[in-house]
Design a protein around this ligand. Structure first.
Ligand code: GRF
Length: 237
């Protein structure tokens, strides 16, 4: 057991497959984070059931229970405090967080986005990547700032766009990369190997060669392409 594990809470709105990837990684003896709780803004989020099945505290904090965004954010903040969270990982959390909340957690809150940022910020990234005809697509983990999907990058994973790709097949390939990337990026933050300073990410590369796993760019081998897209429920925000 890693004695200096960071206490990490995860915010979700839906399926929670990235959340599950982080929980699975945290089960490893030398992983630098413990997942102390999951918060969903939606009571019907499938990820809530997955968190509970994994024995993780899962709490619903619905927007409609509060008068305004500030009050909702405050309730989330109080729940995070109850968890004793030190770091927040957004994993398919589909609601914008207020400036005060973001400022309060700046440098301690990260997000995964299904594109190679700064390309394709926002929604429908796979459809837009296909429409744009890019040959390389992927996912990014970044620190969260007031600039939506615009915070400093921590790590990215690239995947090819194949000639016969559909939105679903491309989404499945990217999602597979997300599940590898997010645990590694979170580990970098928890160990202080990636830190946000003056609006940029400082990467401490020491030990990276030995660790090998902790690279900031992944390019999954085409030959390893084995995602069964039928197995992946479509994400409905
Ligand atoms: C992922 O593609 C993530 O990058 C994006 O929302 C999706 C969430 O999927 N932010 P899941 O809930 O983690 O399965």
């Amino acid at each position: 057991m890693n004695a200096k594990r960071k206490r990490v809470a995860i915010l979700i709105s839906g399926r929670g497959s990235n959340m599950s990837a982080l929980i699975a990684a945290s089960r490893e003896a030398d992983y630098p984070a413990t997942i102390v709780g999951v918060i969903s803004d939606r009571p019907d989020a499938a990820g809530l059931r997955a968190a509970e099945a994994a024995g993780i505290a899962a709490v619903v904090v619905e927007r409609r229970s509060f008068a305004d965004r500030q009050a909702h954010d405050a309730a989330i903040d109080a729940t995070l405090a109850g968890f004793g969270a030190e770091i927040v990982a957004l994993a398919g959390y589909m609601r914008l967080l207020g400036a005060d909340f973001v400022q309060r957690w700046q440098g301690r809150m990260i997000n995964i986005h299904p594109s190679l940022l700064p390309g394709f910020k926002g929604l429908d990234t796979h459809r837009r990547a296909l429409d744009a005809g890019v040959r390389i697509h992927g996912c990014s983990v970044h620190f969260v700032t007031a600039d939506m999907d615009g915070g400093p990058l921590i790590a990215q994973a690239a995947v090819p766009v194949l000639a016969d790709d559909t939105e679903d097949s491309l989404a499945a390939r990217v999602l597979k990369a997300e599940h590898k990337l997010y645990p590694q990026a979170l580990a970098m933050v928890c160990e202080g190997r990636a830190a946000m300073e003056q609006g940029r990410t400082l990467i401490d590369a020491r030990g990276m060669v030995e660790r090998n796993a902790a690279q900031v760019l992944f390019a999954p081998d085409l030959a390893e392409e084995s995602v069964n897209i039928e197995d992946l429920a479509r994400f409905t925000p």
